[in-house]
Design a protein around this ligand. Structure first.
Ligand code: AMP
Length: 367
């Protein structure tokens, strides 16, 4: 077996960062790496990946193509991924050859909703009540235990509301489980939250930790519509959100940027909805409103550089541009906002095509 290239010193300018996944997150990571004088090599199984357009090198191959993965790892000084559904075998194979951050444990803990929720509980943090559904016979007892309304979610491979169904009766649960082709799932109590928020943080190899101001997030059809900073969280909730992210990052011995999605309950408590082991859509405003964006922060962490300042110099509202909305690019380009388009060739319903961030003078958070 090849000896893994260990990261004993920071990757210097001119070095190459490998990125598994070629979507918009990969594209923005590549651009951030370029700002630091680093090159990027993107690996994706889709030949029209948006990140390919901006990377110095790319590999279009299956995530199971070992020869291609070995060549990719040999060409990189440090590597990362931009989506958490990368097969565990692929991550392990790459990690045997080049320093991969976040590591295998972070990936394993966040790929499976049941494992992730048990981890959150083990840290003494709150998450919605849940029951595992592995066979059809589990559906009825899960509904009795959790109550209704509830949400059924596949344990793996869900995003933007995919692999989710609202449940009002035991029959709904049986039907939804069949609709998921009996994929292992969880039934989660429906949370009548006041609003949603998230916290985006970065942890370095030496444990150094920085956190951005948490935004308020609004979803439409399970897809993020808008993130706003400052958020509706009060000062105590902001401290608690930071503590939650810190505890999770330390618990995973995490390296890189991570996002924690939160439900802000009507009694003011914070529940962890999910952990994303990567840069996150609700942190895109950091590109225009902070000294160092979440993308640059991630590159710094995984390349062994010191973390940068997460300080915010403006208030910001980030709106996603979804599906056909991108046809209005000309009009959007005339408005007073920082426009980011991802270079995706086809507009499809629900597809994130870009985002626009509007800035205002920095105000103090509401107390
Ligand atoms: P997820 O993929 O789990 O982040 O879910 C996407 C969105 O669906 C969340 O941001 C919420 O708006 C909504 N959602 C998910 N789970 C629940 C729940 N247990 N109760 C209420 N809303 C939920």
């Amino acid at each position: 077996m090849t000896e893994a290239k260990r990261l004993t010193a920071p990757v210097p300018p001119g070095g190459t960062i490998g990125i598994l996944g070629g979507g918009q997150l990969g594209r923005m990571l590549v651009l951030a790496a370029a700002r630091l004088g680093l090159k990027a090599h993107v690996f994706s199984d889709k030949s029209d990946s948006p990140a390919f357009d901006v990377a110095c090198a790319h590999t279009a191959a299956s995530y199971t193509d070992r020869a291609a993965l070995a060549r990719f790892a040999a060409a990189c000084d440090a590597a990362t991924f931009e989506f958490e559904n990368i097969p565990a075998d692929t991550a392990a194979f790459v990690a045997e050859r080049v320093a991969l951050s976040p590591g295998a444990r972070s990936l394993a803990m966040t790929q499976d909703r049941a494992v992730e929720k048990n981890f959150i509980l083990s840290l003494g943090l709150q998450t919605p009540a849940f029951a595992e559904i592995s066979t059809e016979a589990d559906a009825g007892p899960a509904v009795s235990r959790i109550g209704t309304p509830a949400v059924m979610k596949t344990r793996r491979f869900g995003y933007d509301g995919k692999g989710q169904a609202k449940i009002d009766t035991a029959d709904d649960a049986v039907e939804a489980f069949a609709g998921f082709h009996h994929a292992p799932s969880i039934l989660e109590g429906f949370v009548d939250f006041a609003f949603e928020a998230s916290v985006i943080a970065a942890r370095a190899r030496d444990g150094d930790f920085v956190v951005y101001d948490p935004p308020t997030n609004v979803h439409e059809n399970h897809i993020l519509r808008r993130s706003t900073v400052p958020s509706k969280l009060d000062a105590a909730q902001v401290s608690r959100a930071r503590m939650i992210a810190h505890r999770i990052a330390d618990g995973l011995d995490y390296v890189g940027v991570l996002a924690v999605e939160l439900f802000v309950c009507r009694d003011g408590s914070l529940m962890v909805n999910e952990i994303a082991p990567r840069v996150h859509n609700s942190g895109h405003w950091t590109m225009d409103a902070c000294l160092v964006s979440q993308f640059e922060q991630h590159i710094r962490a995984i390349a062994g550089w010191p973390l940068g300042s997460p300080e915010r110099h403006a208030d910001a509202v980030m709106e996603n541009i979804i599906g056909e909305e991108a046809a209005d690019w000309h009009k959007l380009s005339e408005s007073c906002g920082a426009l980011h388009l991802y270079g995706k060739k086809e507009r499809k319903p629900g597809r994130k095509m870009g985002h626009i961030t509007r800035l205002g003078p920095k105000t103090l958070p509401q107390i």
